[in-house]
Design a binder for this molecule. Structure first.
Ligand code: 6PG
Length: 241
């Protein structure tokens, strides 16, 4: 049984970022109060950069946060396209978070499939959840591309079909990516989508439609049992009215 999605439309990006910060801080603090730590998987791309910068000014018990990524471009960690690099520059380098709380997706192995398996092992070790059980992240932050992809689950790719692993290799126009798979994404306690830009309106209409092509618009496949919150800016909200 999946939960109904919550859609919140914010007047502009600063308002969306502020609201996302308050939603995340509340859930991070609740998880820490409940079980002593919070596990979060982060999105890449350009939209979350402002959110990460805003999080860097929060005063949280960072040592009780376990930070993972939901996907990563298969490039070195110092590459301009690296999600890890973007996140560290915008946020993690500015807060007192121990390095062993930061779990970047490995991208140095010549074989991305080996890297995906290694990351799955790391997640399972931190969560203490052996296969075939699915670990539950407290928060998974997701974006959506103009084509309706999310994380690195791109339209009509094999990664959409993976059910027996929690990390796999994605493919964007031939460029390898690492990505969490749908089983672990849909296991999350909270999914928080942050989506901005009118260029995504067409895809978003297909993602929210009752009927549609899940393989063409992969964000349709994110149907968690936990809460699923979509934060949209006004440019997207118009199309939904
Ligand atoms: C990535 C992201 C990707 C992103 C969307 C939206 O590595 O690029 O994880 O899934 O969320 O492409 O990106 P923007 O927020 O930059 O539009």
């Amino acid at each position: 049984m999946t939960s109904p999605r919550t859609i919140e439309i914010l007047p502009d990006i600063p308002a969306l970022v502020n609201h996302a910060v308050s939603l995340m801080v509340a859930r991070i603090c609740a998880a820490i109060a409940r079980k002593g730590h919070c596990t979060i998987a982060l999105s890449g791309g350009s939209t979350p950069k402002q959110l990460y910068a805003a999080l860097s000014s929060q005063n949280l018990p960072w040592q009780q946060l376990q930070v993972f990524w939901g996907d990563e471009r298969y490039v070195p960690p110092d590459h301009v396209d690296s999600n890890q690099r973007m996140t560290r520059l915008a946020w993690l380098d500015h807060v007192n978070i121990p390095e062993d709380c930061i779990h970047p997706m490995p991208t140095k192995d010549a074989d991305p499939h080996q890297a995906a398996a290694a990351y799955e092992t790391e997640i399972r070790q931190v969560f203490q959840v052996p296969a075939p059980h699915i670990p539950q992240f407290d928060i998974i932050l997701l974006g959506m591309g103009d084509d309706g992809h999310t994380a690195s689950l791109f339209p009509f790719t094999d990664a959409l079909e993976v059910q027996d692993r929690i990390v796999t290799v994605g493919n964007r126009d031939g460029q390898a990516r690492l990505t969490l798979t749908l089983p672990v994404i849909n296991q999350a306690a909270t999914i928080l989508f942050i989506v901005t830009g009118s260029s995504k309106q067409y895809a978003l209409g297909h993602v929210f439609a009752e009927e549609g092509d899940d393989r063409r618009y992969p964000a349709r496949l994110v149907r968690p049992q936990g809460e699923c919150i979509w934060l949209l800016d006004q440019s997207l909200g118009k199309g939904l009215a």
